[in-house]
Design a binder for this molecule. Sequence first.
Ligand code: HEM
Length: 405
Amino acid sequence: MRTPLPPDGLIEGISSDIDPFGDEFLRNPWPYLEELREIAPVVYFPMYHIWGVARHEEVTEVLRDFTTYSSAAGVGYTNMLRDKPWRVPSIILEADPPLHSKTRRIVSKVLTSSALAKLKTTFEERAFELVDQLLERGCFDAISDLAEEFPLAVFPDSVGLQPGSRQNLLRYGAMVFNGHGPRNHIFEEAMKDTDEVRDWVNAQCSREMLAPDGFGEQIYRSVDTGELTEEEAGLLVRSFLSAGVDTTVNALGFAVLDFARNPEQWAELRADPSLARDAFEEVVRLEAPVAAFFRTTTRPTEISGVSIPADAKLLVFFAGACRDPRRWDNPDSFEIHRHPVGHTGFGSGIHSCVGAMVARLEGEVLLGVLAKRVKRIELAGEPKVRLNNTLRGLKSLPVRIYADD
Ligand code: HEM
C-alpha cells in the first residue's frame, strides 16, 4: 500500500518539481539545495511521491529519531520491505535496533582507535611512495592516479583482501550507491553486467579468503563466540567493501580540488601540516560525498509543523545540512580552521559513519604527506563530475603539482 496522495498530487506550500535524481541536480546540487531549504522545512516531491529535508535542524532531528524514521526499509528509493532489492540488504546500514545495535557493536569493536593507530605508519609509507611518483610526473589525473589509487592501495589490505582485481571495488561501489536511487539511466548503467562483480565481492567476503588480523577476519571472530552467524559476518565484511572505498575516493578527490581552488588554504596547511585532519573534516562538510539517503516513516509524524504520513519515504539531504546558512557562517567557503563540529557529512545519530575513523586516517595521512612535499597544486584542465544517484564525486581532475624547493 502506498500512502494516499492529495487529488492534484501537490501538497500546498511544500511541493517542488526539482528532480533530486536528475542529471542537472546531481551535477551541481547546491543551487537546488538552497531552493529546497527555502521552500519549507520539509519538501514534497510529487514526481516520486517522496518527502525531503535539507536544513541542518530537520536533517539531524530525523537522523536521531530512528524509531520514527526507520532504515530497515532501505536507505534508498526502493521500499525493500515491499519490493525485492537487487542484493541482500545490509545488516548494519539497512537495519534498525535490535539487529543494528548488535552489528554496530561488533564493527565498532574492530574499528578501534588503537587498531587504526597501528595502520598509520603503513598508510604513510604508501602515501609518500605515491606522492613522490606523482611529483616526478608533475601532471596527472588526481582522481584515477591519486584519489582512487591511495584508498585502493591501503584500505583493502586493512580489511585483509587478496591482492589483485581491486578495481572491482569501484564498480561495486557504483552499483551500491546508484542502486539507492530510482531506476533512472544512472541506475541502469551501473547495474549492467554486474553478476561477475557481485560474485567477486561475495567471494572476497568469505572467511577463507581473508588474511589473518585484517578487519574482515576480526569480524569473523564473532562467529566463534556465537554472536554472529557465518552469513552475517560475510554481510558485515561486505559493508566495509560497499561503503569504504568510493566514499573516501570522492572525499580525497574533492580535497585536491578544494586546495587547488584555494591556494591560501594550501599555504596554511603547508605552514602547519598537523591541520591535515581538520582540513579533511572541512572537505567532508563542504562537499558531502554521501549526499543523501532515505528513511521510511514508521507512523504518521510531523516535522517543524509539516505532517508526513506513515510508510512514507523521506530523503535526508546530508549535503543540504552541510551548507545550511542557518547553521554555518559562509557555508560555501572552504576554511580549514573551521572545526565543523556537528556537520552531517558522516551522518548523525545511531547510523553515523562507523568507518569515519578510517576515512579520517586516510585523509589526514594523504593531505599531511602532500603538504610536506608539494608546494603548489594547480588545475590543469576542467574537473568532470561523475553522476551518481547518492554520491558526489569527480570522474577526472587534471592537476599539476610542484615539488617543495
Ligand atoms: C569520507 C568518507 C566517508 C563518508 C563521507 C561516509 C559517509 C557516511 C554517512 C553519511 C553514513 C550515514 C548513513 C545513514 O545515516 O544512513 C555512513 C554510514 C556508514 N559508513 Fe561511511 N562514510 C565514509 C567512509 C566510510 C568508510 C571508510 C567505511 C568503512 C570502513 C564506512 C562504512 C560505513 C558503514 C558500515 C556505515 C553504516 C553505519 C550504520 O548504519 O551504523 N564509511 N557513512
